[in-house]
Design a protein around this ligand. Structure first.
Ligand SMILES: Cc1cc2nc3c(=O)[nH]c(=O)nc-3n(C[C@H](O)[C@H](O)[C@H](O)COP(=O)(O)O)c2cc1C
Length: 222
C-alpha cells in the first residue's frame, strides 16, 4: 500500500474482529515506526504490547478502575485546552454527536455514554493493545516526536491490513496503568492504541470525520 492510500484509508476503528494479530507483525510495525524522525534523534518512545492473558488482565483492571473512579479521575491529561472555544468546540461536538448518533445514544443518556467510554479501557475489544509511556521530564519537543511515531504506527497498520484507534483515554487511568506495568518512577503512561482487523458489521466503524478545507488552515505567501 502506498502512503497516499494508507493515509486515506486510515480511520479510527472502534470495533474489531476476534482474529489475532501476529506478534511478528507488531514487532515489524514498531521497528519500522521507530524510523520516525525525532529532534536530535532522541527517540522518546517506549511501548508495552498487550496481547493474550496480559491483555485480559490489564483491561480487566483498567475497566474496574475507570468504572469505580470515573467521577474523581483527573482530566488533566485529557484537557486539550482549559476552556474550549471556537472552532475546536464545534469540531469536538460534531464528532461526538455523530458517534453517539451511530450508537443511538441520546443527549443526557449518561449510562449509555459511560458504557461507551468504558470500551476504551478494553481497547474496544481489540486483540492487541499498545500502551505508550514517556519519561516525565521530557519536554514539548519530545511530545512532537512521539506524535510522529504514533502516526507511523497507524499508517503501518494499514500496510498490514490492520486498523487502529489512538486513545488519549488511557491518560485518565495512568496512575493505575503505571503501577500495573511496573514502570520506573521517571516514566508515565500517556496514551494507548487499539489494533486489530476491522469489524465491518458494527455501525460504529462507519463514522466519517470531516476536515477543514486547505484554504482554512493554510496561507500561501509568495
Ligand atoms: C492523540 C489522539 C488521541 C485520541 N484518543 C481517543 C480516545 O481516547 N478514544 C477514542 O475513541 N478516540 C480517540 N482518538 C480518535 C479521534 O477521535 C479521531 O482521530 C478523530 O475523531 C478523527 O477521526 P479519524 O481518526 O477516524 O480520522 C484519538 C486520536 C488521537 C490522534
Amino acid at each position: 500500500m502506498d502512503v497516499i492510500n494508507a493515509i486515506k484509508s486510515r480511520r479510527s476503528v472502534r470495533s474489531f474482529k476476534k482474529k489475532k494479530v501476529s506478534l511478528n507483525t507488531v514487532k515489524k510495525i514498531l521497528e519500522l515506526a521507530s524510523l520516525s524522525p525525532s529532534g536530535s534523534n532522541t527517540q522518546p518512545w517506549n511501548v508495552h504490547v498487550l496481547i493474550g492473558d496480559s491483555l485480559n488482565k490489564f483491561t480487566e483492571e483498567m475497566v474496574k478502575e475507570f468504572k469505580k473512579n470515573n467521577q474523581s479521575l483527573k482530566l488533566e491529561r485529557l484537557n486539550y485546552m482549559k476552556k474550549y472555544r471556537s472552532p475546536y468546540q464545534e469540531r469536538r461536538r460534531k464528532v461526538g454527536w455523530d458517534l453517539y448518533e451511530l450508537l443511538n445514544i441520546k443527549k443526557g443518556d449518561y449510562k449509555k455514554t459511560l458504557n461507551f467510554h468504558t470500551l476504551n479501557y478494553s481497547f474496544f475489544n481489540a486483540p492487541l493493545g499498545l500502551i505508550f509511556s514517556i519519561e516525565k521530564d521530557l519536554g514539548w519537543m519530545s511530545w512532537l516526536d512521539y506524535g510522529m511515531f504514533l502516526q507511523n504506527i497507524c499508517l503501518l497498520c494499514r500496510s498490514f491490513g490492520l486498523h487502529s484507534c489512538p486513545q488519549a483515554a488511557w491518560g485518565l487511568v495512568y496512575k493505575k496503568a503505571n503501577k500495573f506495568l511496573n514502570l520506573e518512577n521517571n516514566f508515565t503512561v500517556h496514551c494507548g492504541m487499539a489494533i486489530g482487523y476491522e469489524n465491518k458489521n458494527n455501525n460504529i466503524n462507519t463514522l466519517k470525520t470531516e476536515r477543514e478545507k486547505l484554504d482554512n488552515f493554510c496561507k500561501i505567501l509568495n
